[in-house]
Design a protein around this ligand. Structure first.
Ligand code: PLP
Length: 390
């Protein structure tokens, strides 16, 4: 069978590959500590589960409007007002199974063969595949992991061509845990305005922040910028609902119909009982989020202190999300070899920095979405391994 160019261009996800190798070792009887997984290890709030069962029992088991049920879109409008302090009409909200499909569908709606999309490096590993999947060409801009302002506006400007359709930004960032500075956001807005390119702002970690609150680029936007901005958000990280597959996009008027058309012609809609449960998460989930973030902060601080013991790690303290992205000093092997060795020798799974774009090499990503006990054990193994290898 000759497979399509689209599929041949797609890479297998590095995180799922590491996860499946770790699972294979587990089946062989090896005990594995999982630091590779990008999902909260908390159970979904029982109120949300009950809401799902109630909706099921009421017979909410049929197709819904492809854009999503109105009551959920209205609740998201309220959430956008409360949380981002922006006015969003329910008409501009589109519901999808997670934040990832919003990214894909927006890209499918705007890209023609070979159009460019700017992506952060290091950045979320699916961006490049999603751009390719939609027929585009990923172009990386670098994120400075170690300084306050994360972008270099001149670098971004130099990478924009006639074919640049969009720039993806992601704060708090996976994998670096960095939050945007106001200067970064204003620079990005100005570039997008001048060149008339779309900003796709992936804010799925916006509620998981430690010292300061998230600032959305949409807060900085002026009225005329509305057509330039897409917000991607979802329930996966905020409410520990990764497996539920529920997310949303706030889209400019011009993109709503095209994206809904893609939904109608592909996935049809998100299951209604999942959408009804989402309303309860938004309405009643604040305490749950606070508790989870408090726990993440505690883990971050404990592990940060343990890892300071190594003089081979340069480790910025994450301001949001739940990842460390340390640089390993004087590393004489690739980050893939490093993480493979750590997994095989000590049973600690983490992701190689090279999976996160061209500037990720030399780093490792450690997810602290795991119990404190496992984190402490895994961090000690990492310190030992760092002493042994070159
Ligand atoms: C930066 C970022 N964006 C989007 C997603 C997609 O999340 P979901 O589709 O579960 O909402 C993830 C998941 O890891 C992520 O890290």
């Amino acid at each position: 069978m000759i497979l399509s160019r689209t599929v041949n261009n797609l890479k297998e996800s590095d995180s799922f590959r590491v996860l499946s190798y770790a699972k294979q070792l587990e089946r062989q009887g090896k005990e594995i500590i999982h630091f590779e997984i990008g999902e909260p290890d908390f159970d979904t709030d029982s109120k949300v589960k009950e809401a799902l069962l109630e909706a099921l029992n009421k017979g909410e088991t049929h197709y819904t409007a492809s854009q999503g049920i109105l009551s959920l879109r209205e609740e998201i409008s309220r959430y956008e007002k409360n949380f981002r302090n922006i006015d969003v009409s329910p008409d501009n909200v589109v519901i999808t199974p997670g934040g990832k499909p919003i990214l894909l569908f927006v890209l499918m709606a705007i890209l023609n063969d070979g159009d460019n999309v700017l992506l952060p490096s290091p950045g979320y590993l699916s961006y490049a595949s999603l751009v390719r999947f939609a027929g585009g060409q990923p172009i990386y801009y670098s994120i400075n992991v170690e300084e306050r302002n994360t972008i270099d506006p001149d670098e971004i400007k130099s990478k924009i061509t006639r074919r640049t359709k969009a720039i993806i930004i992601n704060y708090p960032s996976n994998p670096t845990g960095k939050m945007a500075s106001a200067t970064d956001l204003l620079e990005i807005l100005e570039i997008a305005r001048d060149r008339k390119i779309l900003i796709i702002s992936d804010e799925v970690y916006s509620r998981i922040t430690y010292e300061k609150e998230h600032i959305s680029i949409t807060r900085m936007a002026e009225k005329d910028d509305k057509g330039l901005l897409v917000i991607v958000d979802g329930f996966s990280k905020t409410y520990a609902m990764t497996g539920w597959r529920l997310g949303w996009g706030v889209l400019p008027d011009v993109l709503v119909k095209p994206v809904v058309k893609i939904i109608q012609n592909s996935i049809s809609c998100v299951p209604p009982f999942v959408q009804y449960a989402g309303i309860v998460a938004l309405k009643e989930g604040d305490d749950f989020v606070k508790k989870m973030v408090t726990e993440f902060r505690k883990r971050r601080d404990v592990i940060y202190d343990i890892l300071q013991e190594s003089d081979r790690l340069f480790i910025p303290k994450p301001e949001g999300a739940f990842y460390f992205f340390p640089r390993i000093l004087d590393l004489k092997m690739s980050s893939v070899e490093f993480t493979k060795g750590l997994l095989e020798k000590y049973g600690v799974a983490m992701l190689p920095g090279s999976a996160f774009g061209p500037t990720g090499e030399g780093h490792i990503r450690i997810s602290f979405a795991n119990s404190l006990e496992n984190l402490q054990k895994g961090a000690e193994f990492l310190l030992k391994y760092l002493k042994e290898i070159k």
